[in-house]
Ligand binder design. Structure first.
Ligand code: SF4
Length: 433
């Protein structure tokens, strides 16, 4: 925790230890694990935010991205009982639900009527639903709304689907087969949830029943190999240390390096060296701006491209209410700002960083857009059951007008995107990219 006196002093004087990080950020040089730890330990949070804001403006100028989307939680019944989770229910518990395919079909119709470009679909690890339910769900939505991008299932759900479809024993081949079937049924990308913090100690303390980080990363690698884009989240502010957050960033950054390098090499694009997790310099893709070496014409961002990658990093603050860890406080506002900023600074090879307003709150997401490195605020959402900040219900909708106002007040330009970050133009519910 930051002591007020120390924080005031540091803000007034600035932390000279950050100078070498500032030089690196300005020169587009990769930050090390030690740099990440310093960014988390300094009292000079406002300088950390300013550095992240500079990096964000170099990549995105004054653009702030949002989308018109709907979230669908098909069931909250879950075989696991993660201690940080307030969403899950056991089958006979009050409030347990599972949506029928007919109900989901109707939700798809409402999505079309509202002009949504994306449906974000996640749920619990349902012990009895069969694999057909998941492919039927995607097909039903796709039939009703063929242009709707289906961003669905965390890596944990994909591993669960491999088990219930009897392909769990096939390891990564089973995961690939499941992803292929889901893609054929309409899956467009993975949302990137369920990562929590990539650390065995944290895993065993807070979400022991869940897959470990290697399995999470394997699912995403398999998705990338199939050409599906994904995101990468981190649920922070519970039992992890700042150093463990940095470890999480390093693992994901290295995986993104490998994916992008493979793609760049296949295109004959040469890459400069950057410091990797093991302290050795290797070729790496460091995004330094739209007009620089890895400009948008040199990234595998097209929807039909041959490889997927992490499009967006999303730090998610832990919300203790109603979870088994509700005795914890959860992260403070300053810690939320700092974590967003460090995410932007450490993920030099991930183009977007999102302030997911549902979990950050809209006022905090606005601050993050203006000065802590976020360039995306997510979307209109409508229904969201996973977390309920400050006693919110399942109906957690915001309007495009509210998103525009929040972005404009932050001095930025709202730009609607689809799931693949293509610009959307619209006339009411009619839209195109
Ligand atoms: S976090 Fe996911 S896997 Fe864990 S209990 Fe909640 S719904 Fe189930």
């Amino acid at each position: 925790m930051i002591r007020t006196e120390q924080a005031q002093q540091a803000a007034a004087l600035g932390d000279a230890a950050l100078d070498q990080i500032r030089e690196k950020v300005e020169a587009g040089i990769r930050l090390t694990r030690e740099d990440g730890e310093l960014l988390f330990s300094t009292n000079d949070i406002w300088s950390v935010c300013a550095l992240a804001d500079g990096a964000r403006r170099r990549l995105h100028g004054d653009t702030a991205w949002y989308n018109v989307n709907r979230h669908l939680n098909y069931s909250n019944i879950c075989a696991l009982s993660c201690s940080f989770c307030a969403f899950y229910r056991k089958r006979d518990e009050d409030g347990a639900y599972e949506r029928t395919i007919e109900e989901i079909r109707e939700e798809a119709q409402r999505a079309v009527a509202s002009g949504a470009t994306e449906m974000h679909i996640v749920g619990g690890l349902h012990p009895w639903l069969t694999f057909d339910y998941y492919t039927d769900m995607l097909r039903a939505i796709h039939e009703e709304a063929p242009r709707l991008h289906l961003k669905a299932f965390t890596a944990v759900e994909i591993v669960h689907l491999a088990k219930i479809s009897k392909r769990g024993r096939d390891g990564i081949d089973g995961i690939r087969a499941v992803l292929r079937e889901l893609r054929d049924a309409g899956l467009g990308s993975l949302p990137g949830g369920g990562a929590e913090v990539f650390d065995d100690r944290v895993h065993d303390e807070a979400f022991k029943g869940k897959i470990r980080h290697r399995a999470w990363m394997d699912v995403h690698q398999a998705a990338h190999e199939l050409g599906l884009h994904t995101n990468a989240t981190m649920l922070y502010g519970h039992v992890e240390s700042p150093s463990e957050r940095v470890g999480h960033f390093m693992l994901l950054r290295e995986q993104q390096d490998a994916t992008l390098l493979q793609w760049a090499q296949s295109k004959g694009i040469t890459t400069p060296n950057a410091m990797c997790q093991d302290g050795v310099e290797r070729p790496a893709v460091v995004l330094t701006g739209p007009d620089s070496m890895y400009g948008t014409d040199r990234q595998p961002t097209q929807p039909a491209c041959e490889t997927g990658w992490y499009q967006c990093a999303i730090p998610l603050p832990f919300v203790p209410d109603d979870s088994q860890l509700e005795a914890l406080y959860g992260p403070s506002g300053l810690e939320n700002l700092r974590t967003m900023a460090v995410t932007r600074l450490m993920f030099d090879n991930v183009p977007h960083v999102k302030a997911f307003w549902i979990m950050q709150t809209l006022p905090m997401a606005q601050l993050m857009l203006q000065g802590a490195g976020a360039d995306d605020i997510d979307g209109t959402v409508v229904w969201y059951d996973i977390t309920k900040v400050d006693g919110a219900g399942t109906h957690q909708e915001t309007t495009v007008a509210d998103l525009h106002r929040a972005i404009r007040e932050a001095g930025l330009k709202p730009v609607e995107r689809d799931t693949l970050y293509r610009r959307v133009t619209r006339d009411g519910a009619a839209w195109q990219v």
